[in-house]
Design a binder for this molecule. Structure first.
Ligand SMILES: O=C(O)CCC(=O)C(=O)O
Ligand SMILES: [Fe+2]
Length: 318
């Protein structure tokens, strides 16, 4: 980290009830750690030994990486399928007798639906016995529920900075995690490729390639077992599992249902009006191609100014 990095601590709230969440925390639309909320018996029950007795016949598709920092640009990971019980054992061990790439490889599970193209991840469907051990906070209307996703990581694993479109409660059941978040308003400093930031090493960014990165305000904290991290939709997050860790996150549709893409099984496809706007911008860029470079540059700047003056939310300072 260089000196120019602006860093804030994540807010931590204790004694959170449905009422205090909805009146004091949720309306701020800022990430927050909720500490001490009842998450059910999973906290004590979900040891490696116990989890490894579950899901012997349930196949999971996992990321297998040679390096803890997963790289979606140079693809230093593979996808492999294995029984859930084997996966848990492997993710919890430091060195493997059986491996795909090398004995020190690390693993990450982001659970999927039964048919990943059509079905949405829901631990009640894929892991009904384990689902009995976890209680989701009743902070949103049950009919807004979208998915519940097992996230299990080897020690050291770092998930790249990305955003999801729905509001999210990330329930950390075991293991500690370092989380870094950036406001959606920092998007222009994050060098996005779709929903991900191409800056993989957020602690030592290559400033010759990503000169603005350290100007983004980072909000940082550490999740402990039992903590719940509220991640408002569009907030960027980067996660390092400091230990083998088990988490479940719950996405819900916090906006009217017709705004969401019905083909989205992950909770990360852009909202329909945003998709349409991006297609229209692509059309505008195509139209500008007919102009010589100097003119294209000028009208592109005018377009940017027009978009900024008509849409940027001036009240939302970071
Ligand atoms: O904790 C993790 O493994 C990643 C969490 C995440 O990306 C999410 O809940 O959306
Ligand atoms: Fe996410």
């Amino acid at each position: 980290m260089t000196e120019t990095t602006k860093h804030l601590d994540l807010d931590i709230y204790t004694g959170v009830s449905k009422d205090s969440f909805l009146t004091e925390i949720y309306p701020k639309r800022r990430p927050a750690v909720l500490r001490g909320v009842d998450i059910g018996p999973c906290r004590d029950k979900w040891t490696v030994e116990y989890l490894a007795t579950q899901g012997i016949t349930t196949q999971v598709k996992v990321h297998v990486s040679t390096m803890p920092q997963m790289d979606f640009i140079n693809k230093n990971f593979l996808y492999r399928s294995m029984p859930f019980s084997d996966f848990v054992r492997r993710a919890a061990e430091e060195s493997h007798m059986e491996y795909f790439i090398d004995e020190k490889e690390v693993y990450y599970l982001r659970a999927l639906g039964n048919d990943p193209r059509k079905d949405i991840a829901d631990i009640h469907q894929q892991f009904p016995d384990l689902a009995k051990d976890i209680v989701f906070p009743d902070f949103f209307e049950p009919n807004c529920f979208f998915s519940s996703v097992f996230r299990i990581a080897s020690r050291g694993l770092q998930l790249w900075t990305h955003y999801d479109v729905m509001d999210n409660l990330l329930i950390q059941v075991s293991g500690t995690k370092r989380v870094v978040l950036f406001s959606p308003q920092e998007a222009d400093k994050l060098y996005l490729e779709g929903d991900k930031s191409s800056v993989l090493d957020i602690d030592h960014p290559d400033l010759s390639r990503y000169p603005l990165f350290n100007q983004a305000v980072r909000i940082e904290g550490r999740l402990q077992p039992g903590d719940i991290l509220f991640i408002p939709g569009l907030w960027f997050h980067n996660v390092i599992s400091e230990e083998f860790g088990v988490a479940v996150n719950v996405f819900w549709k916090n906006l009217p249902p017709e705004l969401y893409d019905h083909k989205d099984t992950y909770g990360n496809k852009d909202l329909l009006p945003a998709q349409r706007a991006m297609q229209i911008v692509d059309g505008a860029l195509k139209a500008l191609e007919k102009l010589p470079a100097q003119y294209r540059d000028f009208y592109a700047r005018r377009l940017v100014l027009r978009i900024q003056s008509k849409t940027y939310n001036k009240e939302m300072g970071t």
